[in-house]
Design a protein around this ligand. Sequence first.
Ligand code: C2E
Ligand code: MG
Ligand code: MG
Length: 485
Amino acid sequence: MSHPTLRADGSDPQQETARLAALASTGILDTPPEASYDAITRLVAESFHADWVGISFADEGRIWVKSFWGQPMRELPRKNSIFDLVLAQDGPVVIPDISKLPELNGHLLSHKILGASFFAGVPVRSFDGKILGLLVIYCREPRLELTTEELRVLEGMANMVSNELELRRLHNKISGQKKVRRANSKTEANHSWPCKADLRRALDLHQFVLYYQPEVELSTRRIIGLEALIRWEHPERGLIAPKDFIPLAEQNGLILPIGDWVLDEVCSQIQRWCSEDLNNSSLKVCVNLSARQFSRNGLTDHIHALLLRSGISSRQLGLEMTESSLIPNLNTAKEVLGSLRKLGVSLLMDDFGTGYSSLSNLHSFPFDVLKIDGSFVSRMNDGDQPLQIVRTIIELARVLGMDVVAEGIETCDQYRVLRQLGCRFGQGYLFARPMRAQAVNCLLQLPGRVLPNPDGSSEQREEPKDFAAGSGSNIRSTVSLQAKS
Ligand code: C2E
Ligand code: MG
Ligand code: MG
């Protein structure tokens, strides 16, 4: 068997599209973990004395582990995975001792996570031969090559999974799910641009880009973090805002691969900024998550794997979500947020004040930061009521021990009032618009990362402090403004 190599960019796009279609027709990605496969993983683990066995399926960006034996693992990024090796090889891959393959050693993700030396992966194929997934064995210690008989046993087990998938596919077809899907796609085709196929093409052609908007400490205007905001660079239509394609991606499920790409890209960018200047390691870069992205437990594993791969600290990553994205599945949301918190990433509640703003939810979710929606900030100077709302949110955050970021600060007046209210952090066009990473580089090189004063005056500044998640010590006084207003 020739030595497998990790390829920078998956497979032939056409073959990949056909493979993804075959995978979608089985419906396997939409199911929870498959208890029916546990008998297979267990049997394989026992017969091969393996430390870890898994049955998983791969979409464009992610490995979905449907059954495992050994250390719990639900999802992994596809990049640098053994799945891509098997796909490139179009057949089984056995690596008796990874330390003897310097081109793979240290690069293969599962090697990093499971600390394995021996790997054997056999494809799980569709009936027409497309590789949909993998049955894989890991052992901590190196081993001999598998014998022909052993490989045959392993392939037999993978075939059992293939048979079950084919039954599932036929069942889907008969129960008419396909018809519904066709009807949906027909409606989509009649709808205005973009449709699902446009989004998929954009993903394949790498047309999504990230802009970054600085978040500052209001008292010093020091950049303490950045929010990553997606845009679509369309060759004919120009730059397209997220509101024009994210809701569609949320409906049709493409938000998962798109969201994975965002997380992956952000982790790599943080790593680049840190390697350019170590001081940048105090920056926190925040990513917006949609509801579908954390309706599964695997999100934490996925993020953990990305952190390991990029070598960045969990303190450098923040995840923003709106309250309404948590509501559809409160219990799962609570569980996932708890495990993300354990991992050490910051959790920010976005657009606070616009959703249900249920206090009991806020209490029971482990958020570090509340982001006050820009609509309140923009109306703050319109009268007592909006001002009172902002004041109450800041006070609420103080009581709950959270930090506050005010969004959408556009005027010097808003900036002044927010500081008087004791709001510690903010972002808005007044300081900086969202921009490409290269433009951010210039701002990061400013002395102390401090942005110029927007009203042009030079004033006494306080010493810059970094984002201390959940410190709750942010409110100095809300009294001064109350006296003025
Ligand atoms: P958001 O997370 O609340 O992001 C803040 C939005 O306010 C951004 O709009 C930003 O450009 C805009 N903004 C910032 N400062 C100001 C200001 O001073 N004035 C005004 N008028 N607007 C300001 P954008 O980039 O169009 O994003 C809109 C929403 O799209 C985001 O709201 C977020 O919910 C969603 N979004 C953006 N990127 C992603 C992503 O990668 N994944 C997901 N799931 N959603 C995303
Ligand atoms: Mg946001
Ligand atoms: Mg927001």
